[in-house]
Design a protein around this ligand. Structure first.
Ligand code: PEP
Ligand code: MG
Length: 429
């Protein structure tokens, strides 16, 4: 077996929105090869690591990533050639030093992450282990609650649906991940029938959830509760709801502007609105309830709602230990969303999750709205015992491929496998 990294190559491929993204191949000197590709967000936090895009419109219409591809094939390849593929942290540090910026803007976080993930997968292959085992060792046995985004709004529905971006179902009462995925897909099919019976569109948004034109942000919650019941499950007992309003997208001049409801709310009013929704609907997780710059508002939100739902920061923390640490010190949330490309290397992503877990916080693993068929996050979620992940609706190839990979892992683990269930959600009184 040979563990020496011979070279990395890259190319521009298309993501699920039809935009260019980076794909990397990594090779050992005895010819083994592993591949990884990089996702891309739409409702991105302003402090995320920089995704490098070419200045002009690329050959596929959207802005290309040929600059990032070139960085992989020249500077990065020259720097990392010859390292042991199992030295993940060394690899990631070398690339960070080579880049030399705080936000990876010189080489591009998309270039760096592609290499980081491809080499991790190559190391798993070279050590003849499945990726989840290579990343998590003996502990890699906890299957997450799949939080499935079945109604898409906000920018993922091009502003045509709800203001809130994501309405997810969490089948935490299932006894296995596979059963949870089945339940989720049953609710999804029931929801389609409910929407069609009301003459609403059943066309889907970026993450595979339906994107009906609704007249409030309460309406999707009503439809979802009906769908859970129609599919034969008990709302709150078997299946609960998670929401990501992605509120930075509708925050301006100190107010939260809800187009569908013709209202503009202060941080306190927005928080009280969430409280009312939690009274009426079985909501167990609220992500980005307030905006990335509204740190004072987050304090109020956490004081009011932390016992009722897991409060997750996405744009607020951008998978960066610097911001998560501040959130822990100031007691602003109970979990961080974890997105690989927000920070740009695998080892920094692991650091973010460790910091959360060491402080009793949740780590909620996430895809991006622009995805590829790469299933890295499925293995990573099991390896990190993160207990819950969101990777879209049980629909659209790039979303279901992650759920399918989790089912494969569960089957492979056999009697070792454990399903995370309701305990995955951190609620503190
Ligand atoms: C997945 C999300 O969307 P995007 O990838 O567009 O940031 C999110 O906001 O959590
Ligand atoms: Mg989010």
């Amino acid at each position: 077996m040979n563990f020496l990294l011979e070279k990395v190559t890259a190319r521009e491929i298309l993501d699920s929105r039809g935009n260019p993204t980076v794909e990397v191949d990594a090779f050992t000197s005895d010819g083994q090869m592993a591949r990884a590709s990089v996702p891309s967000g739409a409702s991105t936090g302003s402090r995320e690591a920089t995704e490098r895009r070419d200045g002009d419109t690329g050959r596929f219409g959207g802005k290309g990533v040929l600059g990032a591809v070139k960085a992989v094939e020249t500077e990065i390849c020259d720097t990392v050639r010859g390292i042991d593929v199992r030295e993940q942290r060394r690899l990631d540090n070398l690339m960070r030093e080579l880049d030399g910026t705080e936000n990876k803007s010189r080489l591009g976080a998309n270039a760096i992450l592609g290499v980081s993930l491809a080499v991790a997968r190559l190391a798993a292959q070279a050590t003849r282990q499945p990726l989840y085992r290579y990343l998590g060792g003996l502990n890699a046995s906890l299957l997450p609650v799949p939080c499935m985004n079945i109604i898409n709004g906000g920018v993922h529905a091009r502003g045509q649906g709800a203001d809130f971006q994501e309405f997810m179902i969490a089948p935490h009462g299932a006894s296995t991940l596979t059963e949870a995925v089945r339940q989720g897909s049953e609710v999804y099919q029931a929801l389609r029938q409910i929407l069609l019976s009301r003459h609403l569109s059943a066309a889907v948004g970026d993450e595979g959830g339906f994107a009906p034109a609704v007249s409030s942000n309460r309406e999707p919650l009503e439809f979802i509760v009906q769908a859970i019941e129609k599919a034969g499950y008990r709302p709150g007992e078997d299946i609960s709801i998670c929401m990501d309003p992605a509120s930075s997208e509708f925050y301006s001049d100190g107010k939260y502007h809800l187009r569908t409801e013709s209202s503009a709310l202060s941080s306190e009013e927005m928080t009280d609105y969430y409280g009312e929704l939690m009274n009426q609907f079985p909501i167990i997780l609220l992500e980005d309830g307030l905006a990335e710059d509204d740190w004072a508002g987050w304090k109020y939100l956490h004081n009011k709602l932390s016992g009722r739902a897991e409060l997750v920061g996405d744009d607020l923390f951008v998978t960066n230990v610097k911001y998560i640490r501040r959130g822990i010190e100031e007691n602003l949330a109970s979990a961080a969303l974890i997105k690989l490309n927000q920070i740009g290397t695998l080892s920094e992503t692991f650091d973010a999750v460790s910091l959360c877990h060491e402080n009793g916080w949740g780590a909620f693993i996430s895809h991006r709205s622009g995805e590829t068929m790469d299933t890295f996050i499925a293995d990573m979620t099991v390896a990190l015992r993160a207990g819950h992940l969101k990777t879209g609706a049980p629909c659209r190839g790039e979303r279901i491929e992650k759920y399918n990979q989790l089912m494969r892992i569960e089957q492979e683990l056999g009697c070792e496998a454990r399903y995370a269930g309701i305990k995955a959600f951190v609620r503190r009184s």
